[in-house]
Design a protein around this ligand. Sequence first.
Ligand SMILES: O=C(CO)[C@H](O)[C@H](O)COP(=O)(O)O
Length: 228
Amino acid sequence: MNQDALKALVGQAAVKYVEDGMILGLGTGSTVKYMVDALGKRVAEEGLHIIGVATSDRTAKQAESLGITIKELDDVDHIDLTIDGADEIDENFQGIKGGGAAHLWEKIVAINSTKNMWIVDESKMVHHLGQFPLPLEVIPFGSTHVLEKLDKMDLHPEFRMDADGHHVMTDSKNYIIDLHLGRIDHPHELANTLNGIVGVVEHGLFLDTVNTVIVGRSDGPEVLNARD
Ligand SMILES: O=C(CO)[C@H](O)[C@H](O)COP(=O)(O)O
């Protein structure tokens, strides 16, 4: 099975956890896109009454095009379950997110959710975090100085640019800096350090966040329970 087929598999597996009346956080990325397609199908076929809170403009657009009602986070009083993708998940269920430049909204939605589920193909499961560059969302004002500071801290920063050589912009109109770390031995310490840098809005370390991971493997989806 190729990677896309595994992503579709976990997307379809995840929506089996959706119940009528739920308020759902909808993540961002290519895996979530399959999940939103499958959710739209359930809404159309079963008439489920679901409210979605999207973690990006592109997910909101896709969901609405499929007949899923979308509300702003501030217009709901809770979120029952958020289903999102991830870039890396280690053996302690700690994760890196933000490959799609959406980790700020994803983290805000995640911390306001009763349960968090991540859906990934098996290539995302790792022994140690850090092979995937760690994304930081940074305020454009003074961001070159933030980059220099990170460089002096040996965090190997690089602005994320698009194919035309422009800064990748988040939905909040911020820039992304990726840290090329290779291996993160102490994710909580690194998170604390990054939280203390003025100009960094949010980093892509999602620590002690996820409850359930569905891993797409060629012999079927594997469900891992991280925490309650
Ligand atoms: O964090 C994210 C977006 O900011 C995505 O969840 C993550 O990048 C995984 O994406 P994909 O499913 O396309 O591999």
